[in-house]
Design a protein around this ligand. Structure first.
Ligand code: GAL
Length: 378
């Protein structure tokens, strides 16, 4: 009889463990957290720290209002990248000071967190638009915390690299250009017509700092960190090394993909090569992703085209990139995380999470899967 019960128990345990093995991700579906609530971490990024993954993203509220920051940055933790535990709000917007840079109703997008081994601080960078100024401010924001899940404390917001020319500056950038010429190209957010290099937005912003909208962070194997942001009225990406404490720009930066209007950049490194996935610039509407690679973070970068294959590849499966996370302990394992935005009801935005696969030449690509598990990786 005892053996019988033991047999039943072991079958039961086996069933449970099989179930755990095959836990799946269903891109585009509601992704419930440990409380059964759809994860609220849009434009997010993932940090691996001491055996756990932490997902930080924009907390959205219902309706169009959700496109503004009414709450702050939400954090979730996970051991397996599938089950996420709600860790609460890591950075709160300020409710009692309308003058504060991150006052309730500002635009606070694409937060990313990295850990500084030297200072033992968690550092968050985000795209900040000051309240009631549309997308004109184009600033970078920084917050800091001793604990991974926060509370993060706001440090500052600013336009990067004031008073510094990029490594690959052209002489023409240093010539003063009339504001009448510049005004034609500076209508705030949106897809501005491609401008000739002679329309010198870089030079215009030299003194007060460069515009910084869609953004990401990347920490290299040597511990150096980089801020990658859409600048010059979204026309050009900047890749900018941070100071050793990760709190400021170092002034060492480069312009890449000039006049390609790249947004939503995410960098990852595989076998000593740097890869960057980004989108075109069409607001909340999806477009075809772009992949590029380089032998060094500062370039030269070479575009490789759209990494998506199959149905809806031309729309990145109706998503826009936000992050690429390596999977710990797995070989050649990188996961694409993108947003399927719902600007009419921001809180209902969905996540498109898909594994990168590599072709024979070592170039990553993305294929749609209705459902997949981490067993796909070796
Ligand atoms: C997108 C950008 C989003 C958000 C949106 C606003 O292009 O990637 O982060 O800023 O525009 O329209």
């Amino acid at each position: 009889m005892k053996t019988y019960y033991l047999f039943i128990l072991s079958i039961f345990l086996l069933l449970i463990s099989c179930k755990q093995e095959s836990k799946t991700i269903k891109p585009g579906e509601i992704w419930a957290d440990n409380n059964g609530i759809h994860i609220n971490a849009h434009g997010g990024g993932i940090l691996f720290n001491e055996g756990s993954y932490y997902w930080f993203g924009e907390h959205k509220v219902e309706g169009k209002k959700g496109n503004k920051a009414m709450v702050g940055v939400h954090c979730y933790s996970s051991k397996n990248l599938v089950d996420w535990k709600d860790e609460g709000i890591a950075l709160e917007v300020i409710k009692d000071n309308p003058q504060h840079d991150i006052t309730e109703g500002c635009v606070l997008e694409r937060p990313k967190v990295i850990y500084n081994v030297q200072t033992k601080k968690f550092v968050m960078w985000f795209h900040l638009e000051l309240k009631n100024r549309g997308y004109d401010a184009a600033r970078a924001g920084v917050a800091i915390s001793d604990k991974v899940t926060g509370p993060f404390e706001f440090v500052k917001s600013f336009r990067p690299n004031a008073g510094h020319w990029p490594k690959n500056v052209k002489e023409i950038h240093k010539q003063p250009v009339g504001t009448d010429v510049l005004d034609k190209y500076c209508g705030g957010l949106g897809c501005l017509p491609a401008h000739p290099d002679s329309v010198n937005i870089l030079g215009r912003d030299f003194e007060n700092g460069q515009m910084a909208r869609d953004q990401n962070l990347f920490v290299d194997d040597d511990g150096k960190a980089y801020h990658i942001y859409s600048s010059e009225e979204n026309s050009t990406l900047h890749i900018s090394q941070l100071t050793d404490d990760y709190l400021s720009e170092s002034g060492n930066f480069t312009r890449v993909f000039s006049e390609r209007y790249m947004e939503a950049p995410a960098v990852f490194k595989h076998k000593s090569k740097y890869f960057l996935i980004a989108s075109d610039c069409t607001g909340w509407d999806p477009n075809a992703a772009r992949l590029a690679w380089a032998p060094s973070i500062f370039g030269p970068w070479e575009e490789l085209g759209n990494p998506c294959v199959g149905d809806e590849a031309n729309l990145t499966f109706r998503s826009q990139s936000t992050f690429v996370t390596p999977v710990q302990g797995k070989k050649d394992a990188f996961i694409y995380l993108g947003d399927r935005w719902k600007p009419e009801n921001a809180i209902d935005g969905r996540y498109i999470c898909l594994p990168f696969q590599f072709n024979k030449s070592g170039i990553p690509y993305l294929k749609w899967m209705d459902e997949w598990s981490l067993d796909i990786f070796e």
